[in-house]
Design a protein around this ligand. Structure first.
Ligand code: LLP
Length: 420
């Protein structure tokens, strides 16, 4: 459930009509609902409260805006970060360093050093090599880095290939069969405190059976490592739970997910950690866009909107579906292709879709744009970096300003030797 609903014929974010935000901030603009974020954070936590000990680390990559992080901090969430930049955002939002998990397959020496100095709560190591390097960095700083070993369980998450991470050929984690040996060797290193295992098999997961298999394999591995005499007190099960993108679509709920986790982990005697992203933020945001014009096509018209693949990359990258709705629907519908202004055909949001009828100057939204939306935006075609707004009841604020092309241009230089 989200808080983007029609009131008196106008699509609102909570109590704020979206056309008011568009008039003041311009379009395209992302709009987040604080109430929806809070609701999702609570539903997820409550579902998992059937487990004895949990730690929730919000996957910052899904929406790194510091206002969003601040809401989640208020809900008791820590963060799962994958870069120094994300770590600094989580810290800037006031999340305690101890509640932050540092994931990522290519943490640089600089990032590892910064994270050790910041006192990050857990490093999810992606290789033995990374563990050796981190041990050396931590020891040289006179610190101990608390770690989990990310394992590749070789389970197919049955999601889009580009967001699938748990098969043996994917770059993530260490091979399942090598994990116990690596864990033992890393446990011997001064500078590391090996305390757990981590797994994440993919994103937008719509079938919980692969997750169940992967978690069960992690349980077996945990027992093997404990039998060898090494403690495993923390098990990080990653993120990945999918959300409905199409009206009426049914996906596993947080309760379904919690039931699977509870079943597999009942005798684990470990703190179970989670890294949810999309399930918290996905339906908490929309991308508001204005129709530039409606252009005649061969079969159906092209609705050319002022949002493009640089603002919302998911359709171009993963053929992802985002529902489109008019901000002031007339009740009429049309069949159209929805496209952005960028000069490539992948800048397409929908083909031959039945949508609310719109004309030039009308406003519309792409729904379920709160996760992997603004965070993946760029300035391709020298377009502005899209702004973000958060709504809270009848209040709203710009939480990320539009970065104008002039600001990007100002960072560029023509060297003297090109003009001499
Ligand atoms: N933990 C790890 C280690 C991850 O790699 C990810 C996502 C998450 C947690 C959070 O997953 P979530 O709960 O959001 O599914 N850009 C793509 C999604 C990429 C996901 C990358 N990793 C998209 O727009 O669909």
């Amino acid at each position: 459930m989200d808080h983007f609903q029609l009131k008196n014929g106008v699509l609102h974010a909570e109590d704020v009509p979206l056309d008011r935000i568009a008039a003041e901030v311009g379009t395209p603009v992302y709009v987040y609902s604080r109430a929806t974020l809070t609701r999702h954070a609570r539903v997820f936590r409550e579902a998992l409260s059937v487990l004895p000990r949990i730690h929730l680390a919000f996957a910052v990559k899904s929406n790194p805006n510091i206002a969003v992080l601040s809401v989640l901090k208020g809900e008791g969430y820590g963060a799962d970060v994958v870069s120094e930049g994300e770590m600094n955002r989580a810290l800037a939002a006031g999340m305690p360093a101890a509640d932050i998990v540092f994931s990522g397959v290519g943490k640089s020496r600089r990032e590892l050093t910064a994270a050790v100095q910041a006192g990050i709560g857990q490093f999810n190591l992606e290789s033995e090599e990374e563990g050796v390097e981190l041990a050396q960095i931590a020891a040289s700083l006179g610190k101990v880095a608390t770690c989990a070993l990310r394992v590749n369980p070789n389970v197919d998450a049955r999601t889009h290939a580009k967001i699938s991470t748990g098969k043996a050929e994917n770059k993530f984690g260490v091979a399942y069969d090598r994990a116990a040996g690596i864990y033992a060797r890393l446990s011997a290193l001064e500078g590391l405190n090996m305390r757990g295992l981590a797994v994440h098999i993919g994103s937008q997961i719509s079938d919980l059976e692969p997750s169940r298999q992967a978690f069960a394999k992690m349980g077996e591995l945990m027992r093997e490592i404990r039998t060898q005499g090494f403690p495993v007190s923390h098990m990080d099960l990653g993120g990945g739970l999918g959300v409905p993108y199409k009206g009426g679509e049914q996906l596993p709920t947080p309760e379904d997910y919690a039931a699977v986790v509870a079943g597999v982990t009942k005798d684990w005697d470990a703190t179970i950690m989670f890294e949810p992203g999309r399930v918290i933020t996905g339906n908490a945001g929309v991308l508001v866009t204005e129709v530039i014009r409606v252009k005649q096509g061969v079969n159906v018209p092209f609705v050319v909107v002022d949002a493009a693949m640089n603002d919302l990359a998911r359709p171009a990258m993963y053929d992802a579906w985002h529902d489109f709705a008019a901000v002031r629907p007339t009740g009429e519908t049309m069949v159209a292709n929805i496209v952005g202004p960028i000069c490539e055909s992948s800048d397409t949001f929908a083909m031959g879709r039945t949508i609310d009828a719109v004309k030039a100057g009308d406003l519309g939204v792409f729904r379920t744009a709160g996760a992997y939306g603004a965070t993946m935006a760029n300035t391709y075609n020298s377009r502005p970096l899209v702004p973000e707004v958060m709504v809270d009841g009848d209040r709203w604020a710009i939480v990320a300003e539009r970065i104008e092309p002039a600001a990007v241009l100002a960072a560029e230089r023509i060297p003297d030797w090109l003009t001499a």
